[in-house]
Design a protein around this ligand. Structure first.
Ligand SMILES: [Cu+2]
Length: 712
């Protein structure tokens, strides 16, 4: 059992639990195998939570003995019991009468509750629990979500959104390493959906990965699905998002934090508070219409966002958008209230679909980094972050600047990532939040009207679009050495290409990914393996089992094959590539053509070190789940393909992934052939195809004929 050193006093724990009652419906302890059981250690646990209870009781008893030693004991005991009983009865009566006067939440349907909920989430919702029990027994953490369409105005301009429980962004999931996350999703929206848990390994639960058409059929409108998986062998900052079409853009996104067991004691940089900060680009037009437009014949540029949000908020300038319903008067910017003189952990997540962000806090030139996509790193000096869609960084900000107590936190979109494209004149390319030093934090969520910061930024605009690791050396801590020898090396070319009917599509080698929403890859693989179909068992490119023009699937059957991906970006745009289920070591990256393994200190095909005395390339390279391949550049990634399942590898720019810039890796078919797909996972596919396709990318055929007319 880990230590409880960071526990706050008992009453604080009580408050925290009360305020979180709506987040966590119930929890139960589990044993090491993940099975549920009754709370056997309950008494033991309570004793630890109330360390002074026994002593206090003994003290009272001793006092009583002194005062009443000449009287018989029973009248005192009877009187005390009578008093306690009366107080209990009166309290119960008062509570019952009080509740009679209020409408019971159960009188309202989940849809009504979600529609009535305020869209905006209070700032305090994204502060991690200060009384968190890092040593709690592993347990099932249960969340009930209703997905609803809702008119929202994150920055004042109204838009049709897709929300979880009527709020935006989604609720935080906060768990310990080894816990089980259970999310009951009830889809009351008009489009089908699937929820992907970005960065979660899903070891042994591939069908919970939430990639529509890859690991599951979408959850049709009106249907429900229970996601249940454990989070073992990983900790840090993650998120979840809709993985059908471009719906992650319209509100279906939220943070997920896994605490490591030694998080309270093992930090090289101390901090006194911990919170998540979600960054995202934001579009005013309908996401589905934008998707249809961008996939239409002759369209080559992705749509440019109208603005950017921090934790779901910004302030629009309504007069710039006379044709849109807008009221930004009540849009107070998010505020980070920080106790002065100490450090604060800020977990930045780029949950957007398109823009890279440069992030800094005015006048704070030190922003050391602790974590990169779930990998703990030696504290790495820095003053600003560059963060691609899908990436996360944890930093520690020390509230120690003299002179003033309010500063702007800025998240600025990096325009050099959009080659040849400009932001529209009326767009906002910088989202801001207020950093305020406050000794006695009163969290009134902006009810008080304090003066805004007057600080200015010294941040220079950057001219490149690369990951921070291209210029900064990150050292995972503890060290995570990569294998020296790769069993396979795959050369993958990624680009956007204009094909038939003048349709621009994302391409990997010669494949443009079209997921099958009615028959996900995982289901086909499991059926094929059950029938001993040889075409699913072979190693390498599965060209007999899949049509390579729409599904490039590469299989690794070895017990723990080491696999290299040499990713060559043949496009002027940068692409942030995300691999589901596994982290990747970055062995090298650069501009131009891949110079060959020798340039990295490795033998051809990655088969061992060139010089056995020099192993620096594999000693402790950064390991993460989302990396940027810069425009006309390359990266070499190494992974161990030991997680059984089918895993999507795709660009996290949503316009590119939905245009087909994705492929799949199949790992450990030998283990998968023993799997029995859960019935409820299979049942999602029973819905009619037109229901499953709601909110998905239109089929290419929809556009056929268009181009001919224009050209003819
Ligand atoms: Cu891309």
């Amino acid at each position: 059992m880990a230590s409880y050193r960071l526990l706050s006093p008992t009453e604080n724990r009580h408050d925290v639990r009360e305020s979180r009652a709506s987040r966590i419906e119930k929890s139960e302890t589990i044993d090491a195998s993940g099975d549920s059981e009754e709370d056997e250690g309950g008494d033991d646990e309570q004793d630890r939570m109330l360390p002074f209870r026994r002593g206090d009781v003994e003290g009272v008893a001793a006092g009583a003995q002194t005062n009443y030693q000449r009287r018989p004991w029973w009248p005192v005991a009877t009187f005390t019991l009578a008093c306690v009983g009366t107080i209990f009865c009166l309290t119960w009566l008062a509570l019952s009468l009080d509740s009679l006067g209020r409408p019971e939440p159960s009188d309202l349907s989940p849809l009504e509750v979600a529609l009535a909920a305020p869209l905006r989430r209070p700032d305090r919702d994204y502060i991690l629990d200060p009384g968190w029990d890092f040593g709690a027994p592993n347990q099932v953490r249960t969340y009930d979500w209703v997905i609803v369409d809702k008119e929202g105005d994150p920055d004042g301009i109204q838009k049709r959104m897709m929300t979880i429980n009527g709020q935006f962004p989604g609720p935080i999931i906060e768990v310990n390493e080894g816990d089980v996350i259970e999310v009951n999703v009830r889809n009351l929206a008009s489009n089908a959906t699937a929820i992907h848990w970005h960065g979660i390994f899903q070891n042994g639960s591939n069908w919970m990965d939430g990639a529509a058409g890859v690991t599951q059929c979408p959850i049709a409108p009106g249907s429900s699905y229970r996601y249940k998986f454990n989070v073992t062998g990983q900790a840090g900052t993650y998120f979840y998002h809709g993985h059908q079409g471009v719906q992650a853009l319209g509100g279906l996104v939220g943070p997920l934090v896994i605490h490591s067991r030694d998080e309270a004691t093992g930090q090289p940089l101390p901090y006194s508070s911990d919170r998540v900060i979600l960054l995202q680009d934001w579009y005013y037009d309908s996401d589905n219409e934008l998707m249809r437009d961008v996939l239409s014949p002759g369209v080559e540029d992705a749509p440019m966002p109208n603005t950017a949000l921090i934790n779901g908020v910004n302030q629009a300038v309504c007069t710039d958008h006379p044709s849109r319903p807008c009221s930004a008067a009540d849009k107070l910017l998010p505020t980070l209230e920080l106790a002065p003189g100490v450090g604060h952990r800020l977990r930045f997540l780029n949950v957007g679909g398109f823009a890279w962000f440069q992030v800094a806090v005015d006048e704070h030139n030190s922003l050391p980094i602790l974590e990169v996509d779930g990998t703990s790193v030696e504290p790495t000096p820095g003053s600003a972050l560059v963060i691609a869609p899908g990436q996360r960084y944890s930093t520690v900000l020390t509230a120690d600047r003299p002179g003033t107590d309010a500063f702007w936190l800025r998240a600025r979109t990096i325009t050099s990532c959009f080659v040849g494209q400009e932001f529209p004149k009326d767009s906002i390319d910088e989202a801001r939040a207020i950093v305020r030093y406050r000794a006695h934090t009163k969290r009134h969520d902006g009810e008080e009207h304090l003066p805004l910061p007057t600080t200015s930024s010294e941040l220079s605009y950057i001219q490149t679009c690369r990951d921070m690791s291209s210029a900064t050396s990150f050292s995972p801590s503890p060290a995570l050495p990569a294998p020296e020898y790769a069993d396979h090396s795959w050369y993958i070319r990624a680009n956007l290409a204009i094909g038939d009917w003048r349709l621009q599509r994302g391409v990997m080698n010669s494949s443009s990914f079209r997921p099958s929403l009615v028959s996900p890859t995982l289901h086909r693989v499991l059926d094929g393996l059950a029938q001993n179909n040889e075409s699913f068992i072979q190693d390498g490119v599965l060209d007999a089992a899949f049509d390579l023009t729409s599904e490039l699937v590469i299989s690794h059957n070895g017990a723990a094959d080491t696999v290299d991906i040499v990713l060559q970006n043949m496009d002027e745009n940068s692409h942030p590539f995300h691999l589901h289920g596994t982290q990747m070591w970055i062995l090298g990256a650069g501009h131009g053509y891949f110079p060959g393994y020798e340039a990295l200190g490795l033998r051809p095909e990655g088969k061992g070190l060139l010089d056995p005395a020099n192993s620096s390339v594999v000693d402790n390279p950064l390991k993460r789940d989302t990396i940027t391949a810069e425009g006309f550049g390359w990266v070499v990634l190494r992974l161990v393909a030991d997680n059984p399942g089918i895993w999507l590898f795709h660009c996290h720019v949503i316009w590119h992934s939905e245009a087909g810039m994705g492929m799949q890796f199949l790992s450990r078919a030998d283990i998968m052939r023993q799997w029995q797909l859960p019935e409820d996972a299979r049942r999602l596919c029973d819905a009619p195809e037109e229901e499953l396709r709601k909110g998905a990318v239109p089929k290419d055929e929809v556009f056929f004929g268009f181009g001919d007319d224009e050209e003819g």
